[in-house]
Design a binder for this molecule. Structure first.
Ligand code: DC
Length: 227
């Protein structure tokens, strides 16, 4: 059967990756979480004191971009590919609120975007891929056969993310999570290079009142109408 590229963009914590992962499984496609790649660069910057509370050494980070090697390795038990930084599994380390706080400023740097977009385009060259992020339908794969733009209210998204972080044992308040979600929305949508926006031909889905299963089912059906 003909394979296609499915681009899923949208605001933070809309549940894009959960839906994208299951959609890829149903279609036997590869799933790529591009947010994990920006988070990996952020993790590197934090570890190397290139960004912090009151400093951001942009030029130094740009100089060190060649030292950053991001790879994905499929974990059979988890059923998805985990992200590695220079050979080290950092899948769990990048899901903290600390990384979430610094990732949007890091994602504004054009040199970072250029490096990651190039790698993403290579991953999709044989199609059969579901990729989620902020600029997949607009910049990475403007010719993707199926483009989805996911939305939900900031409160709905913050509640979901808060629950998820609590379940993983993080100690924080709902207000902190809501603040992070709204700040990231603002930075991601207003940055100069590849701002988050709905591609003209993307299908918008507000999933505030939809279950994961409902979303996956309708996307599988949609994908099958295209191939
Ligand atoms: O999907 P996520 O929340 O893990 O993404 C983390 C951040 O990375 C997000 O706030 C903006 C940035 N990002 C981006 O700029 N472009 C992408 N394609 C994916 C993520």
């Amino acid at each position: 059967m003909k394979k296609i590229i499915i681009a899923i963009d949208g605001f933070s914590s809309t549940g894009k990756s959960t839906v994208a992962k299951q959609l890829a499984k149903e279609l036997n496609y590869i799933y790529v979480d591009t947010g994990a790649m920006y988070r990996a660069v952020t993790y590197f910057a934090l570890e190397n004191d290139l960004i912090g509370e009151d400093f951001f050494h942009i030029e130094k980070l740009i100089e060190r971009l060649d030292d950053i090697k991001i790879t994905f390795k499929y974990n059979k038990d988890l059923g998805f590919a985990e992200v590695y930084l220079n050979g080290r599994n950092i899948e769990k380390d990048i899901r903290t609120l600390k990384v979430s706080r610094y990732v949007s400023p890091i994602a504004t740097i054009s040199e970072v975007r250029q490096k990651l977009v190039e790698q993403q385009q290579l991953m999709g060259k044989d199609k059969g891929i579901v990729m989620d992020g902020r600029d997949i339908g607009t910049v990475v794969f403007p010719d993707a056969e199926l483009k989805i733009f996911m939305t939900a209210s900031a409160e709905t998204r913050a509640k979901r993310r808060y629950k998820e972080l609590l379940e993983r044992g993080h100690n924080l308040s709902y207000e902190e999570v809501l603040e992070n979600v709204t700040t990231r929305d603002r930075i991601d949508s207003s940055r100069e290079d590849s701002p988050l926006r709905k591609a003209d031909n993307a299908i918008e889905i507000d999933n505030s009142d939809l279950t994961i299963e409902e979303q996956v089912d309708s996307l599988v059906k949609l994908a099958k109408t295209i191939v």
